[in-house]
Ligand binder design. Structure first.
Ligand code: GLY
Ligand code: MN
Ligand code: MN
Length: 437
């Protein structure tokens, strides 16, 4: 599938060139240098942390493990890539460029790292990257915020190439999710489920877009639970897995929750799955994402009321902040080269777009545009520390604590899909991927 998508790459570069010309012009530059970055080693050691290139570099090139490269972009000219390929026998150097992407740039092979001063050619240049002064930045404008904002806004409108990469990442992740589900129901430990996931995705853990969240029972109440228990619990109530995949650096970010019961928790899970799809239906061009986030709170409060967990009206539960005990994170975020992708909190002029009062973790406050890709990920959790605070507050009477005791051993629920926004509709890339298996 992704090999066919390579035919979309030339058009992607043409789009980037047109976007860059406008952005450079608006900011008074005529040249941009993007540095891919350098590996980081542990203190007093030669151990390398997994390397992630500068995402601005990957937004031009499908090079996900290439350090010490410079991309030189000059108005009206073919991009020049200083391609770092050291003569090394300790580590395998990057392979030779492949024509499907390399034809879009002029390649200058590099055997040794190059300083910024050796690349820059204009007095009106800017550099984007984590570049230190000792690399000869001099007077060149480094990471100017106005230019970065414009390029970030461009990255919110996905090209056909980017859509194909994220759809392919969803396909890989869906295969791996099914393998993880099967491992869970076969009795595997969190650690062994993680192994099954990586094996099915054909990706190492460090090639995932984020640390997979593999949570059995109460562990699902920790939002970014990072442990991977080696022993399998004998009591198995529920399983939450939030895990993705990458394709040329583009991420999938998917969560599924499974239940071993057919009681209250199963009803809650079915309700969450249904409300997630209702919220997804509203993710179309022109919708303010803040409205979808508040819809999630209202729908979850209504579901908890219907099941008898809450004793107050959904309106009161949202207005008084009670729903935030059960949903203490944002509804979702932009998705792309970064799992929590850029420009979610600014408008098209680069001005801050505030979060609704009391919702400080929301990562997306924009009015949606066609071409945006984002997650919709409502959740409901039974988190001891937040429940204790609610119980002690004046709103403690709004909750049926016997039912909370029933639900605590299940940890929580999250349902997360990746959505491509269109005019008057959208594509659910995640459910499409599962349906194709
Ligand atoms: N996996 C992190 C998130 O869903 O945002
Ligand atoms: Mn997410
Ligand atoms: Mn996630």
């Amino acid at each position: 599938m992704i090999v066919e998508a390579r035919s979309l790459f030339a058009e992607h570069i043409a789009t980037r060139q047109a976007q860059l010309a406008l952005a450079l012009d608006a900011c008074g530059y005529d040249e941009l240098l993007i540095w891919s970055g350098a590996q980081i080693t542990a203190f007093l050691d030669d151990y390398h942390y997994p390397f992630k290139p500068n995402p601005h570099f990957m937004s031009w090139l499908p090079l996900t493990r290439h350090e010490e490269c410079w991309l030189q972009l000059r108005l009206g000219e073919k991009p020049v890539l200083y391609y770092y390929q050291p003569d090394d026998y300790w580590y395998a150097p990057p392979t030779d460029p492949e024509s499907w992407w390399a034809d879009q740039v002029e390649i200058k092979p590099l055997r040794k790292p190059l300083a910024a001063r050796d690349v820059v050619s204009s007095s009106k240049a800017a550099i984007i990257g984590e570049v230190e002064d000792r690399r000869g930045v001099g007077d060149v404008s480094l990471n100017p915020q106005a230019l970065i904002n414009l390029l970030h806004l461009d990255r919110t409108r996905k090209t056909a190439w980017e859509v194909a990469c994220i759809a392919a990442a969803n396909k890989i992740a869906a295969i791996a999710h099914n393998a993880a589900r099967d491992a869970y129901f076969a009795g595997a430990s969190e650690f062994d489920i993680e192994m099954a996931y990586c094996q099915a995705a054909r990706l190492q853990a460090h090639e995932m877009p984020y640390g997979s969240i593999v949570a059995i029972n109460e562990h699902a109440a920790t939002l970014h639970y990072q442990g991977k228990d080696r022993s399998a619990p004998t009591v198995r109530n529920a399983f939450l897995i939030d895990a993705g995949a990458t394709c040329y650096g583009y991420a999938a970010d998917i969560t599924r929750t499974y239940s071993n019961s057919d009681g209250l928790f199963a009803q809650l899970l079915a309700g969450m799955d249904a409300l997630e799809q209702r919220i997804v239906a509203g993710a179309i061009a022109g919708t303010d994402y803040r409205r979808l986030h508040l819809q999630a709170h209202a729908e979850i409060a209504a579901l908890l009321k219907d099941l008898g967990v809450l004793k107050v009206s959904p309106e009161a539960a949202v207005a008084e902040g009670i729903s935030a005990t059960f949903l203490p994170h944002g509804l979702g975020h932009y998705l792309g080269l970064q799992t929590h992708d850029v420009a979610g909190l600014i408008d098209n002029q680069g001005e801050d777009l505030p979060r609704p009062q009391g919702h400080q973790f929301l990562r997306l406050t924009r009015v949606l545009e066609a071409g945006n890709i984002l997650t919709i990920e409502p959740g409901v959790y039974f988190i001891d520390s937040l429940l204790a605070k609610l119980r002690e507050s004046k709103h403690g009477v709004a909750v049926n604590w016997d039912l909370i005791e029933q639900l605590r051993p299940y940890g929580g629920i999250r349902v997360e899909d990746n959505i491509l926004v269109g005019e008057g509709g959208n594509r659910n890339l995640t459910r499409e991927a599962f349906a194709q298996l």
